[in-house]
Design a protein around this ligand. Sequence first.
Ligand SMILES: [Zn+2]
Length: 395
Amino acid sequence: MAYRWPAGTVFKRIDLDVEDRLCPGCTLAMHVCDHRYHHLWTLQGPTQVVNRLVRCPDPTCASRGQTFSPEAELSISMPRWCMGWDVFCWLGHRRCARHWSVPQLRAELQDTYNIRLSADALERYLGRYHTMLAARQQDPERLSIAYRAIASLVLTIDGLQPEKGHETLYVVRELMGKRVWFAEPLLSSATQEVQRLIVLARQWAERLAKPVRGWRSDKQDAFVTAIAAECPGIPHRYCHNHFLRDVAKPVLEMASRAKVKMRHKVRGWRAIERRVLAERRHTAALVPCPTHETPQTALPAVATPQACAERDLSGGRTDRALDATGLAGPGEAGVADEAGEVVLGYCAAVRGLLNDDQGGPLHPPGVRMSEALQEVRASLDRNFAAQKGGVPSRC
Ligand SMILES: [Zn+2]
């Protein structure tokens, strides 16, 4: 569908002419016979490209009936596109290199360049960008240049499922050139379907005229049979990353059970947190307020919702809260707060630890949690010891 420009749009005008005005048939000077107007968005704003079309005046000339367009037209945009190459490349670069979402792209185009395009339009143009990118990546000539210095190939295939329930994207990569060769979404992981991709990869290798030194994939049956059938005699190695993940499965399960136990043991901190906050509100209500201040402002800074949110964000860090006694409000509330602030700091840290889900097979989340809780415990011990007059000697 053509782009509808809002009424009253002011366009920047660009006039284009055919460079060689002499007829290629009879070398007579050609006449302007028509104008083609192309309205589009460039990073400079709404733009009107006026193409002056020409044709040979001689009715008997071999080029009769043929219209010539300005060569420069395609350097601004593709025919009938609603955006120039500059906007198109801007979009593609932000999408592919920075992983911006369509709403983000749309908002940024509007804020920075005042370009208004629908999400549908952006998706359509991003589709075109991806098509061009894939065509360039897969261009046999470019590929053979990229592989000139590489003697043999190592191929891999893997299925990626960015979202559960969607089709799996099968990606074939070559490790020596570190290139994604091609990718295809498949609805089923049947051997037949997968085998087609292996055949395709083999054909690519044949076109490059390079020997395949090996295949690498996980131990999915379809991969094993298809590679054995299509590439007999070529070593097929199982990916150690998948292997490690599978071997570590029992460890991760144990870590998960340990986490449940730790969560069970470390509890009651919410109640402590609530008690401190309730005490604060109580103290704050008791503190007489100067006439020009409302009771609200006499509340210590830490009790406001923003302060709580900030504490949540900084979760896992006790030192800040421990040093933060100066944050409290004026008067007696401030003195009483010193202890409360420390307690809230510890609570925030513990909350952060208990919700932490990071860590892979080599550093399971359960081990991370245990280590972090030990640190909190050590910190508490240090503070208690300091209170009692110095750290006790280990001897
Ligand atoms: Zn002519």
